[in-house]
Design a binder for this molecule. Sequence first.
Ligand SMILES: [Zn+2]
Length: 134
Amino acid sequence: MAQQIPIVDYLVLDDPAHLEAHACSSCSALYFDRRNACAKCGGVEFVRKTLSNDGWVRAFTIVHRAAPSVPAPYTSVVVDLDGGGAVKANLLGVTDPAEITPRLPVTLEVFVAGTDDDGVEAVGFGYRKRKELP
Ligand SMILES: [Zn+2]
């Protein structure tokens, strides 16, 4: 298997891949970036927290104009994760607003976003509509 690196440091490429946040030890506020202090309570102790791979679309926009190397249209979403946390990402495989319902259930999906000259793969993430239960 090719060597892989995550495109952001809060994407952890374990099996299964998942997101991790810094959780404030005092108030449980979540941050993807490293903080010296919690913006909510001023606490300075943080622990790593594994976030759920499942969540719900809170908001979306369909982007029709992008940089020349970025395929468009694509759907940008804010996902509220089960158990806490919210993340911005793309909704994979959907660009028709009629397919996006309020609180659409989604799940994390990783993909190879690019490969360098040494064969190292950069792995990105997005969200895909969760399969309907029978
Ligand atoms: Zn806090």
